[in-house]
Each structure stands twice: as C-alpha cells, then as structure tokens.
Design a protein around this ligand. Structure first.
Ligand SMILES: Nc1ncnc2c1ncn2[C@@H]1O[C@H](COP(=O)(O)OP(=O)(O)OP(=O)(O)O)[C@@H](O)[C@H]1O
Ligand SMILES: [Mg+2]
Length: 282
C-alpha cells in the first residue's frame, strides 16, 4: 500500500467570518477506505470539494497520487470520481441515458456493457428507460453512484453515500465499497452513521471545530481513550448495579452482566465534550 496516497496538511477554508476548516491534516493509504465523520456543518463536504478540485482552500495543501489539488487539478481530476451529497443526475434523461452520457464523456470503450453492468448491480434494470424525474430518492442515489463508477476511478469520493437508502440497498452499498477497495480503489466517504464508519473504514477521522479531533482505525479510536473508557465504564457499572438492584427488588434474578468497549459513538461524543470543556477555559 502506498502510505500517503492522499495527503492533506493544514487545510484552511473560511466563508466570510465562518472559519469552517482551521487546520485539517490527515493521510490516506492507497486502496483503503477512509471515513470522515462529523456532525452537520462540520465541514465534511467542504473537505471533499477541496480534494475534488471544486473549491480552493485558503491555506494548507493537499495532494492525491502526488498531484497538488490546486495547481495540478487536471491530473487530480483524471484519477478521481465524486458522488456528491445531492444527486447530480439529469432529470429529463432516463437512467440509461444518464449512464451513457457519462460513458461517452469519459470516452470509455464498450460503454453499453458497462451501462448494463451497473444498471444490473444497482437493481435499476426495470427503471432504466424511465425518466429520472420519476425515480424515488433511493433510485436517484443509486444511479448517481453508478455514474461515478463508470470510469473506474482510482479514488472515489462518496459524500454520505447511504443517506436515503433502505437497509437492503445500504448493505449492497457497503458490499460495493468493500469490493472496490479490495480491487485497489481508494474510497473516501463521509458519514454521520457511526456504525457505518466502524463497519467499513480502515481509518476514521473525526472533524469538529475546524480540526481533526482524532484519527485512526476504529479499534485505535476506542483504545486511545483509556481514561474516557474507564470513566464510561464506571458510569455504566453504576448503572448496571442500579439496574441489577431494581431487577432484584422486583423478583427478577440476574445471571450475568457484560461490559463492552465504548462504541465509536461514545468515543465521538466524549471527544466533542472534552473539546467543549477545553474551549471554555480558552
Ligand atoms: N459556498 C458556501 N458559502 C457559504 N458558506 C458555506 C458554503 N459552503 C459551505 N458553507 C458553510 O460551511 C459549513 C460547513 O459546510 P459543509 O457542507 O462542509 O458541512 P458538512 O459537514 O458537509 O455538513 P452536512 O453533514 O450537513 O452535510 C456550514 O456552516 C456551511 O453553511
Ligand atoms: Mg455535507
């Protein structure tokens, strides 16, 4: 694996007085799945827009496969593909026409078989010849992702890929992301679903307050919080004892109780709380 296939260092971006990205740095290995986690408005889409050359940063730098996203945008665009947060499909065209159009724009050989392949993968065969204006939200989402995959990109940016998908299509999406990465595609996704990041990602970065609060494997993020973990454990022990007492008082016997590592959600919320406490003292 090329360790620093995507390298982001000290990225800054403000919109007037809104300092969205203050100092954002992380690296991503080739062929890995990276999840950028953050709440609404944290700046996830802004990071994706900078990396995909749609927006210029105010400071810092970022490279993909060694190419600078600001100064070598043409090279960067050749190796990436983006599925935005809001579907970029053309309403007036049919699903098939949308895919054909992308295939032609990218000058792909054998467009028709690629189009058929993705229509079938995303269960869109029956709707292929209908105008997209008649599609449901989930169908648009799937078509949008299929369009990004037409050119077999080296890096695929997926901005909240599973938002609006039903459980069955969400699982299909997860399988797809895993198989793309296994085939060497580097996948950069944003999500608000912690369990999604935990299940999919090789590494996760938590974006908050314009900075990366923590970065690492899901396992590492849980482990770097021994004190936090211990505090959570004490809290949950207390709750467990109270619960056992309550059950006992009501004549229900408890055989055993189990304690787990803090979930990523707990790690995330604790890091944000600490940050808030810290900033109160600034
Ligand atoms: N073009 C713009 N002009 C002004 N403000 C913007 C612009 N783009 C983004 N912002 C602001 O920057 C902040 C971060 O937006 P961004 O879309 O990156 O967040 P996000 O983490 O993707 O949120 P969400 O989870 O809601 O998608 C928000 O406060 C947003 O209003
Ligand atoms: Mg967003």
């Amino acid at each position: 694996m090329i360790k620093n296939f995507i390298e982001v260092s000290g990225l800054k971006k403000s919109f007037q007085t809104n300092h969205v990205l203050k100092d954002v740095s992380f690296t991503i290995c080739k062929g890995s799945i990276f999840a950028l986690l953050g709440s609404n408005g944290a700046g996830k889409t802004t990071v994706i827009k900078i990396l995909s050359t749609l927006t210029k940063p105010d400071g810092g730098n970022a490279t993909i496969s060694g190419f600078d996203v600001v100064h070598q945008g043409d090279y960067v665009r050749e190796c990436i593909s983006l599925t935005g947060q809001f579907a970029a499909v053309d309403e007036v065209l049919t699903g098939r026409e949308n895919l054909n159009l992308i295939g032609q724009l990218k000058r792909l050989p054998d467009v028709k078989s690629k189009v058929d392949e993705w229509l079938s993968f995303f269960n869109l065969e029956d709707a292929a010849n209908r105008k997209v204006s008649t599609y449901s939200g989930g169908m648009r989402r799937r078509l949008d992702i299929a369009m990004s995959l037409m050119g077999s990109p080296q890096v695929l940016f997926l901005d909240e890929p599973t938002t609006g998908l039903d459980p069955q299509n969400r699982i299909a999406m997860w399988d797809l992301v895993k198989s793309l990465a296994a085939g060497g595609t580097t996948v950069f996704l944003t999500t608000q679903y912690l369990e999604e990041a935990e299940y999919l990602a090789d590494s996760i970065a938590i974006l908050h307050g314009g900075k990366i609060l923590a970065e690492g494997t899901p396992q590492y993020l849980k482990e770097i919080m021994p004190q936090r973990g211990a505090q959570l454990n004490i809290q949950s022990e207390r709750k467990a004892i109270e619960a056992m007492k309550l059950l006992n008082d009501n004549g229900i016997a408890v055989d055993s109780i189990e304690q787990n590592l803090p979930s990523l959600e707990e790690v995330f919320l604790t890091l944000i709380d600490e940050k808030k406490e810290g900033s109160n003292h600034e």
